[in-house]
Write a protein that binds this ligand. Structure first.
Ligand code: BG6
Length: 485
C-alpha cells in the first residue's frame, strides 16, 4: 500500500474516538498501514498536538477491540498532528495546506491524500469546495474524499448534495461509507455464494421460499434525540444499511468478479425492486414506535419520554417491509426486512428459508418437518448455520431439525471501520456505496417518506424488549419471522 496523509475533519468527535482511532490502531498493529503515515486532525477546538495525542491514547484504551500495548500506542500517536479549523474560513485551509505539505516533506510522503469527513452532511459541500479552492486537492499523488452517512434526507436533497460534490471530486474519488458494508460477514456474502456450489445452485426463487433480513437493536435513541427524531428508522437504517444488506444478499456475481461488477450487480437489484405505489404502502410497510418495557432485566422508558423527543412525535423507531425483486432470480418470492430500536436482543442476521418439496408432493410427513434454513449471523457475533431435518429416533415417521453451526466471536474479527479505512487507503471501492445505489435507494423509499409525512399509515406501538409490533408479524401472512426469542 502506498503511504498517505489522512486529513480528518471531526477529529475531536465521537465517531473518531469510538471507531476511527481504534480502527487505525488495529490496522497499525497488523502492519496493514505503512509504518510512515500522517494524520492531521481538525476540529473547532484549540487543542495542542500533545493534547490531541493523549486524547487518542485514551480513545484506544477505552475502545480498541484488542488491548493496546503502551509502547506501541506511544509510537502510533507520533503520526498525529492537530490543526484548529473553522470549515468556512479559507485562511484556515491555507494553514492546513502548509501543515499537510510540511508533514509530507518531513516523512517523505508522495502526496497521496485521504480527506475523511467525520462531520454532519451540512458541511460536506463547503469542505469539498474549500479543499479544492485552497489547492489541497492539487497533489502529485491521489486524492480521495471519504464521507459518512446520512447522504441527504430524501431523494431531492441527496441529488442536490451529489451535484455539489461532483464539482470538486469525481465519482471515483468519493468513498461513501455505509459501515454495514465493512462488516466481515457482509463482505463474506459474495464469497459464500460463489465459492460454495451448494449455495450457488440454490440461490434463487426455484428453491428459496423467502429471505428475511433483520437488524434488531436493544439500545434506544441514546443521546441523539435531535438527529434521530427527525430521521427515524427509515432514514437511519432502512434506506442505507438494510437496502445494502438486501443488495449484497441477492446479487448474482460472475466468478471472478471485479469491484465494478459488484456495483453493477447491486445496482441492478435496486432497479428490479418493485416500486411501491402510494395505495400499496400500508400493505407492505409497518412502522412502529417503542413504549416502555424491560430489556435484559432493566426497565426502560418509552420513546416519547426520552429526553429531547417532541411530546407527540410520530417518529418511527421500527420498520418492517415486504419487498419484491422482479428479476429472473427472485421473481415471486417475498423479501422481508425489519429493523428497530429497543427490541429484545441485538441481532443482525439474514435467514433464508427454503421451499419444502414434501409439501408439493403432498407427503403427509411434511407437517413434522421444519424448513431448511440458512442463517447468516452478522452481528454481534458472526456465524453461519444450516438447519436440516433428520429422522426422529423416538417418534417413527417424524423428523427433528438439527443445525450445523460455525460461530466466531466479535472481538476476534476486524471491525467494520478497519476494513473500510484499509480499502479506502488502497483504493478499493467495492464496499462503498456508489452514487447510483444511493440515488436508487432514496428513490425507492421516497413514497414511504411521503406516506409517513402525511401520516397515511398507522403508527403502531411496541413494548421495549419485544420483537416489534404485532402488525409486523401479520405482514408475513402465513410465513413467520424465524429465530425470534
Ligand atoms: C448507525 C445508526 O448507522 O448504525 C445507529 O445511525 C445504529 O442508529 C447503528 O445504532 C447500528 O450499527 P451496528 O453496527 O451496531 O449494527
Amino acid at each position: 500500500m502506498e503511504a498517505a496523509s489522512i486529513v480528518l475533519f471531526g477529529a475531536t468527535g465521537d465517531l473518531a474516538m469510538r471507531k476511527l482511532y481504534p480502527a487505525l490502531f488495529n490496522l497499525y498493529m497488523d502492519g496493514k498501514i505503512p509504518s510512515t503515515f500522517s494524520v492531521i486532525g481538525l476540529g473547532r477546538r484549540e487543542w495542542t498536538d500533545e493534547y490531541f495525542q493523549s486524547h487518542i491514547a485514551k480513545a484506544l484504551n477505552a475502545f480498541s477491540r484488542r488491548k493496546p500495548d503502551e509502547t506501541l500506542v506511544r509510537e502510533f500517536v507520533q503520526a498525529f498532528r492537530y490543526c484548529a479549523l473553522d470549515v468556512n474560513n479559507s485562511e484556515d485551509y491555507t494553514r492546513l495546506k502548509e501543515l499537510v505539505v510540511q508533514r509530507e516533506q518531513q516523512l517523505g510522503l508522495a502526496g497521496n491524500r485521504l480527506f475523511y469527513l467525520s462531520v454532519g452532511p451540512e458541511f460536506f459541500a463547503t469542505i469539498a469546495e474549500q479543499l479544492i479552492q485552497s489547492g489541497l486537492g492539487e497533489t502529485a499523488g491521489w486524492k480521495r474524499l471519504v464521507i459518512e452517512k446520512p447522504f441527504g434526507r430524501d431523494l431531492a436533497s441527496a441529488r442536490e448534495l451529489n451535484e455539489k460534490l461532483s464539482h470538486f471530486f469525481s465519482e471515483e474519488e468519493v468513498y461513501r461509507i455505509d459501515h454495514y458494508l465493512g462488516k466481515p460477514m457482509v463482505q463474506n456474502l459474495e464469497v459464500l455464494e460463489y465459492s460454495n456450489p451448494v449455495i450457488h445452485a440454490l440461490w434463487s426463487n426455484r428453491y428459496i421460499a423467502n429471505v428475511q433480513i433483520t437488524a434488531a437493536e436493544t439500545v434506544g435513541v441514546e443521546e441523539r434525540a435531535g438527529y434521530y427524531d427527525k430521521t427515524g428508522a427509515i432514514r437511519d437504517m432502512f434506506q442505507n444499511h438494510m437496502l445494502q444488506l438486501l443488495m449484497m444478499t441477492t446479487m448474482h456475481l460472475p466468478n471472478p468478479s471485479t469491484p465494478e461488477e459488484v456495483r453493477r450487480k447491486k445496482k441492478s437489484v435496486l432497479e428490479s425492486l418493485r416500486p411501491l405505489q402510494p395505495e400499496d404502502i400500508a400493505a407492505h410497510v409497518i412502522r412502529g414506535q417503542y413504549q416502555e418495557g424491560v430489556i435484559a432485566g432493566q426497565a426502560v422508558q418509552g420513546y416519547l419520554d426520552e429526553p429531547g423527543i417532541e411530546p407527540y412525535s410520530q417518529n418511527d423507531t421500527f420498520i418492517a417491509a415486504k419487498l419484491w425483486i422482479d428479476n429472473h432470480f427472485w421473481k415471486g418470492i417475498p423479501i422481508y426486512i425489519r429493523t428497530g430500536k429497543r427490541m429484545q436482543e441485538k441481532s443482525t442476521r439474514i435467514v433464508v428459508q427454503f421451499k419444502d418439496p414434501m409439501e408439493s408432493y403432498n407427503d403427509p410427513r411434511h407437517t413434522t418437518a421444519e424448513p431448511n434454513l440458512l442463517v447468516i449471523e452478522i452481528n454481534p457475533n458472526e456465524g453461519i448455520s444450516l438447519q436440516l431435518n433428520t429422522k426422529d429416533a423416538d417418534h417413527p415417521g417424524q423428523f427433528v431439525p438439527v443445525r450445523a453451526n460455525s460461530m466466531t466471536h466479535a472481538a476476534d474479527m476486524p471491525e467494520a471501520y478497519e476494513n473500510l479505512i484499509f480499502d479506502a487507503l488502497r483504493g478499493d471501492a467495492t464496499f462503498f456505496a456508489h452514487w447510483d445505489e444511493v440515488e436508487l435507494s432514496w428513490a425507492w423509499v421516497q413514497p414511504i417518506l411521503e406516506a409517513f409525512e402525511a401520516n397515511a399509515l398507522p403508527l403502531y406501538t411496541y413494548k421495549s424488549g419485544s420483537n416489534g409490533p404485532e402488525a409486523a408479524h401479520e405482514l408475513l401472512g402465513s410465513d413467520k419471522w424465524w429465530l425470534d426469542k
